[in-house]
Design a binder for this molecule. Sequence first.
Ligand code: FNR
Length: 358
Amino acid sequence: MTTNNLIRIKDYEENAKKLLPISAFEFFGEGTGHEYTLKNNLESYKRYRIRPRYLRNVEKRTMVRKIMGKDLAIPIGCSPTAIQKVAHKDGECAAAKAAQDMGTIYILSSHSSSSIEEVTKAAPTGRKWLQSYVFKSREVAQEIINTAERLGFEGIVLTVDFPVLGSRNIIAQYGHPLPYYLKKAILEKYLDSGIISNSAEVTDPSADWSCIKWLKSITKLPIIAKGILTAEDAILAVEAGVSAILVSNHGARQLDGVPSTIESLPEIVSAVGDKVEVYVDGGIRDGTDVFKALGLGAKMVFIGRPIVWGLFHNGEQGVKNVLTILRNELDKAMAISGCAGLDDITKDKVIHESHYSK
Ligand code: FNR
């Protein structure tokens, strides 16, 4: 399919579905359990409405916003997804370069198929954060975090929703679809040397919030807690010293039945939104979804699978296309609802559908 036929994010998904081996497509696409939460991540956005305001001079528009103290060109970043070389031979390097050129943040998965050094070389000036788990081996966590810090990464995204691997159908059916020629570049040496045994079971189920204190003792980088779904945990995370919260349900891959992320966002924003930046990922497939998330209090959003589908279509350019589609759709949504800047996307512009059935 040519790029001209790929107009919406959905088109990139359908293209990947047609052309990728089923095990690889499903590896990216699947959720956990019966996939109720996976569907709800998407459906929830449809339950919010945009309340447009007109005659507000929207001729000059900008979507620049300060994130972690520095201007970001678009409020749409790349969430970490594992082994991106399954989608394209240039994997993480291509995606990080695309994010750099689009002026946004790229989060590198600790389960990536490219090393921290390779990604740094591919996107030297781009803003990059490293995703880490609470690894059973603190030595592994410390080494990879120190490497990222030394190479100019600007934040550590600690994924907290992974005490154990969720119940995944594809892994049960096909095993892990990692082609024999691909390596988990960051974890490879620890797997080879036996420091960690099985990459799906590297996280520490005994971890508690004190791990943030330990993290802060080994790095000066800001810590972003990823995977929080409740106000209670958001408060604990802030008390423990995180600099930001990424509201996420791991793309509905960990526990079926948890809320969609856009359902959880408001309680987290009202609990801690005045103290730390709050971001959200999960189910964002249109610029109007980005608009709704910002209206409900997210400072920016992140996307996971759409990056992979873009990569699959044509590497770096495909990722740029996907980010450009969302940027342009957000720009239209802003113009046609009376918003010249992101601060104009206020709470009153996004409302739950139940408001209209009263
Ligand atoms: C993920 N996600 C993820 N999260 C994380 O913290 N570390 C990781 O290594 C991965 N790996 C991963 C692989 C694949 C194939 C998917 C689909 C997801 C979760 C990811 O960061 C993000 O939270 C979701 O993908 C966001 O939802 P959408 O945008 O995919 O709907």
